[in-house]
Design a protein around this ligand. Structure first.
Ligand code: URA
Length: 185
């Protein structure tokens, strides 16, 4: 375990553990509040994120911000990161070995931020954080509690851009999150 998020971020910046490092413009570590009660985990940077070095700044990020606003949260009140910290070519899903190579950074982020709630955005986040046996369609909208953290799996915002019908479920899931957040001191 590392002692600070800064230390982890500096390691990520120099990371060459998988082939994704070869094509990156920037590593994308995290955004938001390092002592947030709630953390969001996505899949990996897209083109906009790779350019700016900040997660969720593109189209999916705009939708994410709207969703946060909908439950009364600002970016500054959450901590947000991804399974992989470098952009997969053409925005493909990260390969298992890429996710595995990167996962130790995320584990350290979770321990150091110490959130009460973690929202898992999409299958890549869900499967890599909680296990391959889970799937968004079967698990979304229900809490999964592990080691004192409440995990809420839901759709990735990019999936909502492809299929508008998922929006209703997504909003419902976020309402559950909002209620729980209000119960936490
Ligand atoms: N999609 C993700 O999963 N993460 C980002 O940072 C941007 C888009």
């Amino acid at each position: 375990m590392y002692n600070s998020l800064e230390e982890v971020e500096n390691l990520v910046k120099r990371c060459t553990k998988c082939a994704l490092c070869k094509n990156r413009t920037n590593t994308v570590f995290a955004d938001g509040n390092e002592s947030a009660k709630i953390m969001f985990i996505g899949e990996g940077p897209g083109a906009d994120e790779d350019r700016e070095g900040v997660p969720f700044v593109g189209k999916a990020g705009k939708l994410m911000n709207e969703a946060l606003k909908g439950i009364g949260l600002k970016r500054e009140e959450i901590y947000i990161s991804n399974i992989v910290k470098c952009r997969p070519p053409g925005n493909r899903t990260p390969f298992k070995e890429e996710a595995m190579a990167c996962l130790d950074y995320l584990r350290n982020q979770v321990v150091l931020v110490n959130p009460k709630i973690v929202v898992l955005l999409g299958n890549t986040a869900l499967k890599n954080v909680l296990g391959e046996e889970y799937s968004i369609t079967a698990s979304r909208g229900r809490w999964i509690e592990k080691k004192g953290i409440k995990y809420m799996p839901t759709f990735h915002p990019a999936a909502l851009l492809r299929d508008e019908t998922k929006k209703i479920d997504f909003w419902q899931d976020l309402e559950i999150v909002k209620e729980e957040l209000e119960n936490i001191d």
